[in-house]
Design a binder for this molecule. Structure first.
Ligand code: ADP
Length: 275
């Protein structure tokens, strides 16, 4: 079981220089274990900076990030971050662009080998996780770029999962995918969450994904957390103090006008196109 806590976390780019810019201000927040938390907010609100702190890609300039029983603060040395990077897998936006090996199987083996697994163990892990993300074994020896966009993204996900993280952090996992591929990917994440007890943290602009798949939602604005709640409460409570992203405002209006949670007044495809 692994939760992540942020205690009074601040992050300033170019600290102690005339270019200093504070992107995160005094954030205290818990990402509950085994839950899927969505992080939403306008561009520039600090979402990417926040998730980079969750596996030690960036170190907080004040406060601490607690991952399981490991504390990361400004005194943490880079070699202490190996365990954090093993426990917290990061799936970047358009993760398929990071595939580089000559075959699908080798690409997924790269992470486990890097974390000290033997060749044989890495093969086993790669085969196991490729199967979990729905990649047929006929594709294992193909070049990754011969696959479809959705399949390549699944291979990239398998590469992170093969390192056996306890927490999975994703930046816009559905970006650029069509509706069906996005739904498939999100359903897969939910399955992994329940089957392996994964804690999932995802940045998304898709209110549809928030409404349908998130257990918990965190709203960011100007480097601060302005709201933490359940999706249904976010979309049914009008809190004018919180300036929600445009798509969330639209969703909220829609929900309010019709006072219903599951049944939408317009057809789903139309709604998604508008979001
Ligand atoms: P989001 O992911 O919500 O769009 P970011 O975390 O990328 O937000 O950015 C938060 C703020 O930090 C923005 O104002 C952005 O311009 C600034 N920022 C991001 N990266 C850097 C950087 N490398 N140097 C200076 N400022 C940055």
């Amino acid at each position: 079981m692994m939760e992540i806590k942020l205690k009074n976390v601040g992050y300033t780019y170019h600290l102690n220089s005339p270019m200093a810019f504070t992107a995160l201000k005094n954030i205290t927040l818990t990402f509950p274990a085994h839950q899927l938390t969505a992080i939403i907010g306008k561009t520039g609100s600090g979402k990417s900076t926040l998730i980079k702190l969750l596996n030690g890609l960036e170190i907080p300039t004040s406060g601490e990030v607690v991952i399981g029983n490991q504390v990361i603060d400004k005194y943490t040395k880079s070699k202490q971050l190996n365990l954090v990077r093993k426990n917290v897998g990061m799936v970047f936006q358009f993760s398929e662009n990071q595939l580089f090996s000559e075959t699908v199987l080798k690409d997924v083996m790269f992470g486990p080998l890097n974390f000290g697994k033997s060749e044989q163990e890495a093969v086993e892990l790669a085969k196991f996780w490729l199967a979990k993300v729905g990649i047929d074994k006929d594709l294992f020896e193909q070049a990754p770029f011969e696959l479809s966009g959705g399949q390549m993204r699944c291979v990239a996900l398998a590469g992170v999962l093969a390192c056996e993280p306890k927490v999975l952090v994703l930046d816009e996992p559905g970006a650029g995918l069509d509706y069906v591929s996005n739904q498939n990917l999100m359903s897969l994440l939910k399955k992994l969450q329940s089957q392996f007890g994964l804690t999932i943290i995802m940045v998304t602009h898709s209110m549809e994904n928030v409404a349908e798949f998130a257990d918990h939602v965190v709203v960011m604005k100007n480097g601060a957390i302005v709201r933490q709640t359940k999706p249904i409460e976010l979309f049914s409570t009008d809190d004018s103090k919180v300036e929600l992203p445009e798509a969330a405002q639209f969703y909220l209006k829609l929900m309010k006008n019709h006072q219903i949670e599951n049944e939408l007044p317009i057809n789903k495809t139309e709604l998604i196109n508008r979001l």
